[in-house]
Ligand binder design. Structure first.
Ligand SMILES: [Zn+2]
Length: 296
């Protein structure tokens, strides 16, 4: 009996899996993320990007853009796949950003990527690293990465497999996607959500927020290859790193709202632009003028 060719069948199955995943991420997200009902995810109206994870999962994003934006902000969740609460908070913030009354606040072009590491999130159990075992938050091309990232991993983490920086900077499609966003979208602020250390960290050229909700500023230093180091220290893009207090449980909805309002207040004080509006090329807009030191 002739052996049937399995290639078309495999291809059809693969395409079906991909199209189902591309059409309906919310069923999966609602199952995996705490405090994210399917309705909240669907209301976020995520759009597929062209980027895929190592395993071929779509990286989804949502843009919320006023007619004449003056500030661009990139919000990232779940760079580490075992921190699902970070993705959940990003979904809640999409809802809040979409509700902002026109004209009452800064004209912010928001770009949300709630789940940057879907392979880590959907592995069983969820993993910090991506499918290649790389800690994406150590894979950005900071100066002397080749020497320092490896040295740090060997000496300081004692070869912790959860913190493997990869073989070379930007070796991973997920970190390359962030790099491309920085190159093309040119955010003037990056908010990167993590857990579970319960603090606020900051890297960059302006005055950091003292607190967001009940999280207080505690700058913990910089790591070779981290996004804060790459964006805030070396590319001139302020990076607010939020460490939620719990990786698998979100803060209460009221607290998520307080953090959001504190972020907006800080942005209003620290990311003010001149009436001339928003500059174009370059990571850092020199017209982002610091407010008076007494302001929050
Ligand atoms: Zn993390």
């Amino acid at each position: 009996m002739p052996v049937p060719c399995l290639k078309p069948l495999l291809l059809a199955t693969l395409l079906t899996v991909q199209s189902v995943q591309a059409a309906a991420p919310c069923a999966d997200f609602a199952l995996r993320l705490p405090n994210v009902k399917r309705e909240l995810c669907e209301a976020a109206r995520l759009q597929p990007t062209a980027a895929r994870s190592v395993q071929g999962r779509t990286l989804w994003m949502r843009d919320i853009k006023p007619e004449q934006p003056t500030v661009r902000v990139l919000v990232l969740g779940a760079i580490h796949g075992d921190e699902p609460s970070s993705a959940a908070v990003a979904f809640h913030w999409v809802r809040l950003a979409a509700q902002l009354p026109v004209g009452s606040v800064q004209a912010v072009h928001w770009r949300f990527v709630p789940v940057l590491n879907p392979d880590g999130l959907f592995s069983a159990p969820p993993r910090r690293v991506n499918s290649h075992g790389v800690d994406l938050n150590r894979n950005f091309s900071t100066p002397n990465w080749e020497r320092e990232a490896r040295l740090y991993w060997e000496k300081r983490t004692r070869k912790d497999p959860r913190r493997w920086p990869g073989n070379r900077p930007l070796s991973e499609p997920e970190s390359r996607f962030v790099h491309e966003q920085m190159r093309d979208f040119k955010p003037q602020l990056i908010v990167s959500i993590h857990a579970p250390y319960g603090v606020l960290d900051f890297d960059g050229p302006t005055v950091p927020p003292k607190r967001l909700g009940s999280l207080y500023l505690q700058q913990v230093g910089i790591y070779p290859g981290s996004l804060g180091n790459y964006g805030g220290v070396h590319s001139g893009v302020p990076v607010v790193t939020i460490e939620l207090p719990n990786a698998t449980r979100t803060p209460r909805d009221a607290e998520i709202g307080e953090m959001w309002l504190d972020l907006l207040r800080w942005m209003g004080a620290r990311l003010a632009v001149t009436p001339a509006g928003m500059a174009q090329p370059g990571y850092f807009d020199s017209r982002l003028v610091p407010a008076a030191p007494t302001a929050r």
